[in-house]
Design a protein around this ligand. Structure first.
Ligand code: NAD
Ligand code: UGA
Length: 480
């Protein structure tokens, strides 16, 4: 069987997936020209920024990979049409958020960007083009993409009559914060499709650095559904351990000990058992809700209800943490300063999408507290956007001392500013720098009696206690 030869790739969507994934492909396949295109001019400009600190996505190691390939065989631009025309292979890596209105609002994925891509490919592609679903999509989306692409050469008199397409599903399993490592040494690469030649053409690209036994070939629908299922299982593990964290707090057990005990069972395994403030990120909730929607669509309400519970427990965990902060601070946080350490949804990323910090901060603002927020990688504008609330002017101290009941927040550029005069400090992201804070020197800066709320279970409890502070740690029932 003679393979398709791929010398030019176009990736539509220069986001958290498209940018890093294409950077690694370009880095590993120097003979292939890789064009990443996006409609967002600002984002493209940031990908082209000479200063690698300004790349739009923060990922450890990404700057090095980009610096090796950019300008050689890795290009970022807004030239969608030209790059599609020149490509042998087009990756669709655009956003697929939950629909906010219309049919399926709140659950179904919004496929408008994916459909727009399919139409663009249908219009501008030349010759034979392999079209790859990289975005996470509802099962059977490939069918719709195939139909749109087929319509491109329905008119036999147009030059499009020469066009043909193969559609593959190649979902991405990278996690933010470890994206480069995940891309360079993946547990597996999944390729779903019907056209064996196209499957092997894509496999050939990955074989540049991934052993063939790790490249799984399936049919289209299994591939699409495996991606949703993988995220649902991962999220389910977090909701499971978080539900038990509350149980530990109620009974005197310790979630770390429980996690170690159950994780030592090789059938369960030790990963993804860290209790926390609930899962965030752009995908877990979106993908489970999509699964729930599809289950209803296919007449499986019991299955839908089962998976919906995973999201419900996650929401409950976030509200639970905000509520217990209020409870421990004598039932009111009105006018109190609460320091928030960490706003991204996990460490080592600047992404705040669906971060548990958003819901917890909003709950505390609702209670009238004055938040001081610090995150090593998240910008002020991003926090403003997520909280949908302008920050307090740095010079305005009026609110801090008032008991108006109106919540407010400030941006802090360092940890000391967060802690100074605070009644409580709440750790929401497990950034490395929060693990080894010197509580002895920080404690005197706080207003006493003061609290440390550790929602990630990362601080040294004894040290905090010795410094005279009260501590609540996720899933630690030892003080109950
Ligand atoms: P993102 O929002 O960061 O990036 C998507 C980009 O696509 C945006 O920059 C947007 O401007 C661009 N875009 C949209 N329509 C376009 C069009 N017609 N032409 C050109 N550009 C267009 O999204 P992301 O986080 O990279 O996620 C992309 C997909 O990958 C989603 O389906 C997501 O579920 C999936 N996924 C994400 C992750 C992750 O860690 N973020 C991991 C695995 C899978
Ligand atoms: C997740 C999956 O891990 C990826 O495989 C998948 O490709 C991706 O979603 C996606 O489809 O977008 P990501 O959301 O980037 O990756 O990060 P995770 O490491 O999975 O963390 C998700 C959330 O769960 C974070 O808020 C994290 O803090 C939380 N988490 C994770 C826990 O609370 N406990 C854990 O043990 C692990």
């Amino acid at each position: 069987m003679e393979n398709f030869s791929v010398s030019s790739i176009c990736c539509i969507g220069a986001g958290y997936v498209g940018g890093p994934t294409m950077a690694v492909i370009a880095d590993r396949c120097p003979e292939i020209q890789v064009n990443v295109v996006d409609l967002n001019e600002e984002r493209v400009a940031a990908w082209n920024d000479k200063n690698l600190q300004n790349l739009p996505v923060y990922e450890p190691g990404l700057d090095l990979v980009v610096s090796r390939a950019r300008g050689k065989n890795l290009h970022f631009s807004t030239q969608v049409e030209r790059c599609i025309s020149n490509a042998d292979m087009v990756f669709i890596s655009v956003n697929t958020p939950t629909k906010t209105k219309g049919l399926g609002a709140g659950q179904a994925s919004d496929l408008r960007w994916v459909e727009a891509c399919a139409r663009q490919v249908a219009k501008y592609a030349k010759g034979h083009t392999i079209v790859i679903e990289k975005s996470t999509l509802p099962v059977r989306t490939a069918e719709a993409i195939q139909k749109i692409l087929k319509s491109a050469h329905r008119n036999p008199s147009s030059d499009k009559a020469q066009c043909s397409f193969s559609v593959l599903s190649n979902p991405e399993f990278l996690a933010e914060g470890t994206a480069i490592n995940d891309l360079e040494t993946p547990d597996r690469v999944l390729i779903g499709g019907e056209d064996q030649k196209a499957i092997e053409a894509l496999a050939e690209i990955y074989r540049h650095w991934v052993p063939d036994e790790k490249i799984l070939r399936t049919n289209l629908w299994s591939s699409e559904l495996s991606k949703l299922t993988a995220n649902a299982f991962l999220a389910q593990r977090i909701s499971s351990i978080n539900s038990i964290s509350a149980f530990c707090e109620a009974t005197g057990a310790d979630i770390k000990e429980v996690a170690r005990a159950i994780g030592s069972d090789s059938r369960i395994g030790p990963k993804f058992l860290a209790a926390g403030p609930g899962f965030g990120g752009s995908c877990f909730q979106k993908d489970i809700l999509n699964l729930v929607y599809l289950c209803h669509h296919f007449g499986l309400p019991e299955v839908a209800e089962y998976w919906e519970r995973v999201v419900m427990i996650n929401n409950w965990q976030q509200h639970r943490i905000a509520r217990l902060v209020v409870k421990k601070l004598f039932g009111t946080v009105t006018g109190k300063k609460i320091g928030i350490l960490g706003f991204s949804f996990k460490a080592d990323t600047n992404d705040t999408r669906e971060s548990p910090a958003i819901r917890i901060a909003k709950d505390l603002l609702e209670e009238g507290s004055n938040l001081s927020i610090y995150d090593p990688k998240v910008e002020i504008e991003q926090i403003t956007h997520e909280l949908n609330l302008q920050r307090e002017d740095d010079t305005n101290t009026k609110k801090e001392t008032s008991l108006t009941g109106e919540g407010a927040w400030k941006y802090a550029s360092n940890i000391k500013d967060v802690i100074k005069d605070a009644d409580a400090v709440l750790i929401l992201t497990e950034w490395q720098e929060f693990r080894s804070l010197d509580w002895e020197s920080l404690a005197p800066l706080m207003r006493q009696p003061a609290w440390v709320f550790d929602s990630r279970g990362i601080v040294n409890t004894e040290q905090v206690k010795e410094s005279g502070l009260n501590i609540w740690k996720i899933g630690d029932g030892s003080d109950q």
